[in-house]
Design a protein around this ligand. Structure first.
Ligand code: PMP
Length: 436
């Protein structure tokens, strides 16, 4: 620390030293919410944590203990920068369930698919490059793109995901403006946050449009095996080998291991491994062996059906409660899997401004603006059904609907948008708008 740093009385004495790219780093709205949403009196429909309560922990613990006793010297040592062959071989089998045929050598293991997103952005994007994303898109991916000083452009999307016509027009417009469009980031299955799924015809059209325009497709698929109503739609990667595909064990097993993967064409995979080596030397070896052990010694496919039964009941409860409680003029998506429902409130409501009042009413959600890089989403919220038990979900929706009704009354009575509180209006106790 320099003398100048030592005597500096500014709040952050390092403020002049940070790199430009830290300007793009934002506090995750979801993370900031956890502090409040975890209070027991609050029904949190905010966080998207997988619900791992049904995992057979004693049995898993026993097989891990055996693994350490027999192979401790290997599983606690440094490993391959690409990831261990034993887990890459099993991942090929996991992906086959979604129609993907691949070779273990085409896989790079990452610390969760979040690190996959980071490495993919790192090897493809220079500051000012454009990444296309759904409208809305995953907040964690937006954070990664912005931290690499990438310009995120949202493509108009509907209840079937990206609109191919809008995709064509957006790419043409950006190219005419001289922009370099690097890739399309898409979550075709049960997207976070919209809860929508691209049908096969749309996947084909989106992939063909990108191929024609020379835009890479990055397919992020952490929820694909959590299809609650029907068989999963084949992944884009199943019919287009140029796609860069991100997978994860966070939702089908447990997120704490931090094991995900990238399946990529050979040359890209080599660059990813170089980037991984500079980031971490090698992905966590213990976790990779632990997951390989779980996949070998436990009926993991049955466990996924147990998870699905639990999520299905919660999804149905949330949708029923929305149907019976929400005021007219409100709409929401009907997810066929995953964790999330995307709600659209009447024009004029501001879900960011409304959040403190919702927390005061003991319900939490994530305001829609978190899922856009360009300020859209003011009247949207993401509701997650993965964590609270069904009776709490129902209570949460009742509280949420009350808050919305009250906001509408205020808006209709005073003719103001709720984002601009009337002078002298009491702001309820609780966290302020800095929450996101
Ligand atoms: N992609 C999407 C769409 C997600 O929802 C998440 C987690 N919420 C991730 C990637 C990251 O997951 P992980 O790093 O745990 O694999």
């Amino acid at each position: 620390m320099t003398d100048q740093h030592r005597h500096d009385t500014r709040l952050d004495q390092f403020v002049d030293s940070y790199s430009q790219r830290t300007n793009g780093m934002r506090v995750s709205a979801v993370r900031a919410l956890f502090a409040v949403a975890n209070r027991p009196e609050i029904v949190s429909l905010a966080g998207g944590m997988p619900n791992i309560k049904d995992l057979p922990l004693p049995a898993i613990g026993d097989s891990f203990a055996e693994m350490v006793a027999q192979h401790g010297m290997q599983v606690m040592q440094y490993g391959s920068g690409q990831g261990e062959p034993v887990i890459r071989e099993r991942i090929v089998e996991v992906m086959a369930l979604e129609g993907i045929s691949a070779h273990p050598d085409d896989i790079a293991i990452t610390a969760g698919s979040q690190q996959g997103l980071d490495l993919v952005t790192r090897i493809f994007c220079d500051p000012g490059d454009v990444v296309l994303a759904e409208s809305p898109s995953y907040v964690g991916a937006l954070g990664t793109f912005l931290s690499y000083e990438v310009e995120v452009v949202h493509v108009v999307s509907d209840e079937n995901g990206i609109d191919p016509q809008a995709l064509r027009e957006t790419i043409a417009r950006l190219k005419a403006d001289g922009k370099r469009v690097k890739f399309l980031y898409t979550i075709p299955n049960f997207s976070n946050p919209a809860g929508v799924t691209q049908p096969l015809e749309r996947r084909v059209e989106v992939a063909a449009t990108c191929a024609d325009a020379g835009v890479i497709v990055v397919e992020d698929n952490p929820y694909g095996l959590l299809a609650l109503d029907a068989e999963p739609v084949p992944a884009i990667r199943s019919f287009d080998e140029n796609v860069i595909y991100l997978g994860s064990f966070s939702k089908t097993f447990a997120p704490g291991f931090r094991v995900g993967w990238v399946l990529a064409p050979h040359a890209v995979r080599e660059k990813l491994v170089l980037a991984q080596e500079s980031a971490t030397l090698c992905p966590p070896v213990f976790s990779q062996f632990a997951i390989a052990n779980y996949l070998t010694h436990h009926d993991w496919q049955h466990q996924i059906t147990v998870f699905k039964d639990m999520y299905r009941e919660r999804r149905d409860t949330l949708l029923d409660a929305l149907a019976s409680e929400m005021p007219s003029g409100t709409s929401w998506t009907h997810p066929a899997g995953g964790f999330f429902v995307w709600v659209t409130l009447p024009e004029g409501l501001d879900t960011q401004a409304m959040l403190p009042r919702a927390v005061d009413a003991r319900v939490a959600y994530v305001p829609g603006g978190a899922f856009y890089a360009d300020g859209q989403g003011a009247r949207n919220v993401r509701l997650s059904y993965c964590f609270p038990p069904p009776d709490r979900i129902r209570v949460g929706v009742e509280r949420f609907a009350d808050v919305v009704r009250h906001e509408l009354e205020v808006m209709n009575t005073f003719g103001v948008r709720t984002g601009h509180p009337l002078p002298g209006t009491r702001r309820p106790a609780g966290p302020g708008p800095e929450l996101t």
